[in-house]
Ligand binder design. Structure first.
Ligand SMILES: *Cc1c(COP(=O)(O)O)cnc(C)c1O
Length: 397
């Protein structure tokens, strides 16, 4: 931790999970070692991305993959690929997609702050459907025919945000899209674990799937994966990689970028600012292998023990603890602390704020404060911090 203190930054206790604001996942020692080794040797990024592509393709059962600068970057690059394809003139024009199809269909209920990454490529979002259950106006959510209704000559593809409760089913949306020869890009940022989703989600027929590298995979925070159809991945890679070479010298592996299909070498594309370093790529691939091997499953039982300890330490305090056990050997348990706001010194919001301001600063999950609940997510919680966390919470109660 001295590296942070050396520059005047105090480490925090993170009981909030792999959130970007708090630095994402913690990398395991094997991943850090791989990062370190990779940082000390030069390689061709074309060759490295091509090797990563083959590796990701194998693990996801897709044709090709690309290591990106995060799931958000994957969304921009995936959209750029859907808009431009292998057309160099279109790549050059982005984000100004003015004289070619630029509409991307998205369910209204799939929209969020992350769709700025889709619009950043030059796409115009066309919203369809409603979630009338949430708006308390009806019994239905978005339906597949509503996507079909929005399809016209200006549509370049569909974006689908995958979650445990997303609707309509992805395979129904894919079926509509493919009937009109349109690609589907899936945002599956937080859908790992379980690791079976690496294959299950692409297996539903999507043309491109985007995952975060710095969440459940526990790779570097600034990494992500884009995987799917060869031609779209090729387009995304061309729009991200450094292109400062002579066409006659440039020699990307043909199964990654098929140079024979290109009239020349494009200039730097819209994704040039989303570069991923060699050591980040190697660290992500190492983390991905560990994730797939089940090597990290032991963490779940450690997390369970940490949460039990917190749970036990808060008995006889004005809080009702509910431990949500892990649903399988991969996903983490979660501890919910329902504050008894009549008995406690502070309400949940105040406790959350005071914990952050304390020394050490403690960040707990803040997604259910309006219900008077603090969420303890153990994914980034270190065993040696549990006692300090308990003392801090006890103090604020
Ligand atoms: C976290 C998240 C992203 C962004 O992922 P990064 O890897 O941080 O870029 C995009 N979409 C959703 C739904 C997310 O939860």
């Amino acid at each position: 931790m001295n590296v942070y203190k050396q520059f005047g930054v105090e480490p925090i206790i993170n009981a909030s999970g792999t959130v970007t604001r708090l630095g994402g996942a913690l990398m395991s020692p094997e991943v850090v070692q791989a990062f370190k080794e990779a940082a000390q040797v030069s390689v061709s990024l074309d060759q490295l991305q091509a090797a990563a592509s083959r590796h990701v393709a194998k693990l996801t059962d897709t044709e090709a993959g690309l290591i990106t600068a995060g799931c958000a970057a994957s969304l921009t690059l995936g959209t750029a690929a859907m808009l431009a394809g292998m057309d160099l003139k279109r790549m050059e024009a982005l984000p100004h997609a003015t004289d070619f199809p630029n509409e991307i269909i998205i369910a209204r209920e799939h929209r969020s702050g992350y769709d700025h990454s889709i619009r950043a490529a030059g796409a115009k979002l066309v919203e369809v459907g409603f979630n009338e259950i949430v708006s308390n106006a009806g019994v239905r959510r978005t339906e597949a025919w509503e996507y079909e209704n929005a399809i016209g000559p200006n549509v370049a593809g569909i974006v689908y945000v995958h979650g445990p409760h997303s609707s309509p089913p992805l395979k129904d949306v894919v079926e509509v899209a493919h009937r009109y020869k349109l690609p589907v890009l899936v945002d599956a940022a937080g859908e790992l674990p379980p690791r079976e989703n690496l294959k299950l989600i692409p297996g539903r027929g999507a043309d491109l799937v985007a995952f975060s590298g710095g969440k459940g995979i526990r790779g570097p925070q600034s990494t992500g994966i884009l995987c799917g159809r060869t031609e779209l991945i090729q387009s995304a890679a061309l729009q991200m990689l450094d292109m400062d070479d002579h066409f006659g010298l440039w020699d990307p592996p043909a199964n990654f970028i098929d140079k024979s299909k290109l009239p020349g070498i494009p200039r730097h594309g819209i994704g040039r600012g989303f570069k991923v370093s060699k050591e980040e790529i190697i660290a992500l691939l190492t983390a991905l292998d560990l994730f797939v091997s089940g090597n990290q499953d032991d963490l779940v039982s450690q997390q369970q023990q940490m949460l039990m300890k917190i749970n036990n330490a808060l008995e006889n305090h004005p809080v009702d603890c509910v431990l949500q056990e892990s649903p399988d050997s991969e996903r983490s348990p979660i501890l919910f602390l329902r504050i008894d706001e009549n008995e406690s010194a502070n309400n949940a919001f105040e406790i959350c704020r005071r914990l952050r301001e304390g020394t050490p600063s403690v960040h707990v999950g803040h997604g259910r404060l309006s219900e008077g609940i603090l969420v303890i997510n153990p994914v980034c919680l270190r065993e040696q911090d549990v006692d300090s966390l308990i003392i801090a919470i006890q103090r604020e109660l």
